[in-house]
Structure formats: C-alpha cells, structure tokens
Design a protein around this ligand. Structure first.
Ligand code: SAH
Length: 394
C-alpha cells in the first residue's frame, strides 16, 4: 500500500475559474463573452475541446491553433486547473484511489472532498466516480449513507474526476505520465469504462450528471462510449426514463432485496418508490435491449437477503427485463451491523441465478487494502489521513 500527499498536489488554489469540465455550450457562451465572432465560435470550441479533453492540456501555450490573442485573453481569465489531488493510494492489486478536493464555491466552502477509484482489469479499466459530496439516502448497509449530504457536484466537477485520473495514469497522449503513472497501451486508453458508483445518488443531481455524460461521451474528446458509462441508482423512479432519453447511458439499479418489506429497511428510498414501480421503470428504460442490459446490483448480506428462495424470486422478478445481475460481497465498515454472506451461500445464490440464464459475476472486492471498495468511500480515507498525519508527526 502506498499513501502519500505530494507537495505538488498541495499547490495553491487556482484563483481563476477553470475551463476543465466545461460543456461545449459553456465554452461557446464564454467565447462569445470574450468577443469571438459568432461565425468562429464553433471552430474555436472544437479547438479548445481537443486541447482540454483529447490532449489533456495543462497550459494554454501549446494551443497554437487557437491564435495568440485569444490564448492570451483566455489565460488572463481562466485556468486549466483540475480538482486538487489531496492523496493518492495504490493497492497491491493495482486499484488506485484518489481523494480529490474541489475549489471552494463560496466563502463558507472549505473545498468539498470526494473520492474516485480506478480499477484495472485485463480487458478494461473502470473509473468509479462520485456525483454528490455525501448522500441523503441512508441505505443501512452503506458507509457513505452515514454521512450528511454536503452538496451536489457540478457537471465540471464530475468531469474533472476523469481528467485528473487520466492525468495521474498517464492516459493522455500529449502528457508525460507522472512518476508511478502507467504508460498508455498503444491507441487504447487505460480508462475505458466509467461508473457512477462512488458517493451520492446520481439521479438526485440529474442535470449535472446528464451534462457530464455528454462531455464524457463526446467522440472528439474523452470518448468514453455511452455503452461504457453506467449510472447506478437506488431507484429514483421519476428520473429513470429521463436518464435513458437525455443522457443515454447504461443503467444500474441497486436492488439488494426482492420484497418491499426488506428493501424498505435496506434502501429507505423504496418507501417512496416501491419495487413494482421501480421494475416498471426498468421495463420502460429507453434503449434497453439484450445487447444493452440493465445491471441489477445485489449486495450479499449474511442471513438477510442471501437464501436460495430469494435467489429464485430475484430471477422471477427480473423475467421480462433485459438484465444482468451483479452480486456484490458486502464490504464491512466500522460500526456496521451487517456481515458478508459466507462464500458457500454466495456460490449457491450465484448458481441459481446462473442456471436461470444470467451470467452472474460475483464482483471481486478490489482495493480492499486501501478501503476503495463500494460503500467505503471517503470517511475511511479521512481516518487514514489522520493516522498518516499522526505517524508523520511521530
Ligand atoms: N447511490 C447510487 C450509487 C452509489 S453506491 C446507488 O445506490 O446505486 C454504488 C453501489 O455500491 C450500490 O449498489 C450500493 O448499494 C453498493 N454498496 C454500498 N455500500 C456497500 C457495501 N458496504 N458493500 C457492498 N456494496 C455496497
């Protein structure tokens, strides 16, 4: 395990607003404000876009095609700052976790902090990002649920997470990887998939999540295909249709229980939007098909939801939905009343699901040594920082 705070990462806060994370619409509006003639705006946005999101530029100087006067004008008013990397941890299994701090949004804001995790696998690299600082959901098995909601992230802050991650991994073609960064493999990028499975409920921050998906998926920039962007929700039913129609991402549902009585306890949002309504919204999800399946996440809690009868009921419930089932071993955290199901129980559950025709991968916990697994984000890091500080101070 590797835990450090780099001095470079602790650099002074940017005084100028950053362009990193901006949408095309925002860039067009600001160029107009700075006097770029209407007929040039599209072209200029395209150029900036390429530098921001394809090259990962950290300075305006290399943007030669943007023209010297405009470059100078932009540099006088904007920065290309990313969220600040407060800490970077690298797990023995290659998982990386970053604690990121955003520039303060007002005088009372000390700079919100979130975590973001990169999980390399043989055929893909997945970045798990956050949509809110904290969460309002209070799911009883989730550590993030014990923290209060601080605020929604802006679209730019959501996009900023992948820009930082690509920079730290050496995943931009124009940038030299930082020390410890990995080298890009030929033309393919290290981050191929993005999941909104970090902190927060993405569908409680709909517009910003939708806009960030637009930036992530743009083929001239970050180029993460919409089929490889998954938004995970605890079940905010009224926003599910909109997600498909306006963002066009893949959908994941944190199901975790097959009856309302239990789901009310595990995912209290179920009291507002019960299973029947949730599954109806899934059936109607725009763009779902056998090639674009909805993922159902099911956390394995010992003696709570892990019986063979529940596995059979799960299969029955999902019958008319193009679905994938993702069994997640519960990741314990200090003070939780739950335990992870025994391995035999998980295997038996998985077999029932598999025999019903679902590939049912059990999600191997990754990055456990750096507390990067689902539901463990943020608070754990804060404890580790306190410990690291204590050790540094002797
Ligand atoms: N709010 C969204 C996304 C964040 S949680 C949602 O509910 O889907 C991402 C996934 O991790 C969810 O399926 C969540 O239920 C699961 N999760 C939360 N805490 C967990 C824990 N301690 N162990 C395993 N999975 C957990």
């Amino acid at each position: 395990m590797n835990f450090h705070e780099t001095s470079q990462d602790r650099a002074a806060k940017p005084a100028l607003p950053s362009l990193v994370g901006a949408t095309r619409k925002e860039l067009a509006a600001l160029l107009a404000r700075h006097g770029v003639p209407e007929r040039e705006i599209r072209m200029r946005v395209g150029q900036l876009w390429h530098w921001l999101y394809f090259q990962g530029a950290t300075h305006f100087d290399p943007m030669l095609n943007v023209g010297k006067p405009l470059r100078a004008e932009l540099a006088a008013h904007y920065s290309l700052a990313r969220p600040e990397v407060v800490a970077e941890q690298i797990s023995q299994d290659g998982t990386r976790k970053w604690l990121l701090r955003f520039a303060p949004v007002n005088a009372n804001d000390k700079g919100a902090e979130i975590e973001c995790v990169y999980i390399p696998e043989s055929d893909r690299g997945t970045l798990c990002i956050s949509s809110q600082v904290g969460c309002t959901l209070t799911c009883s098995f989730c550590h993030t649920g014990t923290q209060k909601l601080v605020r929604n992230l802006t679209a730019a802050e959501i996009v900023g997470q992948i820009v930082v991650a690509r920079e730290r991994l050496g995943d931009f073609p124009g940038l030299t990887p930082p020390e410890g960064g990995l080298l890009p493999r030929g033309d393919s990028r290290l981050i191929t998939n993005v999941v909104f499975m970090g902190m927060g409920e993405p569908l409680f921050n709909f517009e910003n999540v939708r806009d960030s998906v637009g930036v992530l998926a743009d083929g001239d920039g970050l180029s993460v295909s919409k089929r490889r962007i998954t938004v995970s929700t605890a079940g905010v039913v009224p926003q599910i249709e909109r997600l498909g129609a306006e963002a066009g991402s893949m959908l994941a549902i944190s199901l975790h229980a097959i009856c309302d009585e239990l789901r009310d306890k595990l995912v209290p949002l179920n009291k507002k939007y019960p299973l029947k309504e949730l599954l109806a919204a899934c059936r109607a999800y725009p763009g779902a098909s056998n090639a674009r399946r909805i993922t159902f996440e099911y956390v394995m809690l010992k003696g709570v939801n892990d019986s063979p009868a529940e596995a059979r009921e799960l299969v029955r419930l999902l019958k008319s939905i193009p679905a994938k089932i993702n069994l997640i071993p519960f990741n314990p955290w200090p003070g939780t009343k739950y335990e992870c199901s025994d391995w035999e129980k998980i295997e038996a559950f998985s077999e029932i699901v598999f025999n019903a025709g679902y590939a049912s991968p059990v999600r191997t916990p990754r990055g456990r040594d750096i507390l990067a697994a689902c539901g463990q984000l943020k608070s754990a890091t804060e404890k580790m920082r306190a410990r690291a500080r204590m050790m540094a101070e002797g």
